[in-house]
Design a binder for this molecule. Structure first.
Ligand SMILES: [Fe+2]
Ligand SMILES: [Fe+2]
Length: 175
């Protein structure tokens, strides 16, 4: 299995996940994992997509100043994130079907950039990623600025990996 630890250790993740914050990525991944386990939805897809959901954020400066309003108006981070995460997962050797599912969940984790709503149109796993993100959002985007050091993030991701692997093993035992 391509683990969250493998994903977190890759330079692409290191480079792009910083922008929206490791704290936000890890907490959304934990929420998505719990929801997936509770609902009997694919835990691996839900957790990977949740961890990478904001990897498409980019920086938007006007005359050297961060221009948040301008950024929001033209933001397509869900599209960029879906593509970026897909490329990263394929490079790591991820199963193609799973890489696609993760990419689609990232693409639809928000519909603010679309001319139509996708509410009630999401699959179960897509719905979990959207909800896990929404639950962890704070006013004025504060969730993007909370800090978590790398060691703590790695420890929490390893715990999630262990839970996902344990889940796979129990699936095999049931069959
Ligand atoms: Fe987002
Ligand atoms: Fe987010």
């Amino acid at each position: 299995m391509i683990t969250l630890e493998n994903i977190f250790s890759h330079w692409v993740t290191e480079k792009y996940l910083q922008r929206s914050g490791i704290y936000h990525a890890v907490t959304v991944a934990e929420t998505a994992f719990s929801m997936a386990r509770e609902q009997g939805v694919d835990e691996e897809v839900a957790t990977k997509a949740a961890f990478l959901h904001d990897i498409g954020h980019y920086e938007w400066y006007t005359d050297g100043e961060w221009d948040y309003d301008e950024y929001r108006k033209h933001d397509i981070h869900a599209i960029k994130g879906a593509e970026r995460a897909h490329k990263l997962l394929i490079r790591l050797g991820e199963d193609r079907a799973r890489a696609k599912e993760v990419a689609l969940a990232i693409l639809l984790h928000t519909d603010s950039y679309l001319p139509f709503s996708v509410e009630n149109e999401r699959t179960n796993v897509q719905d979990i990623v959207w909800k896990a993100d929404t639950i962890n959002e704070e006013e004025a985007g504060r969730h993007h600025y909370k800090l978590m050091d790398k060691q703590e993030a790695m420890a929490r991701l390893q715990k999630l990996d262990e839970s996902i692997i344990a889940g796979h093993k129990s699936e095999v035992n049931v069959q």
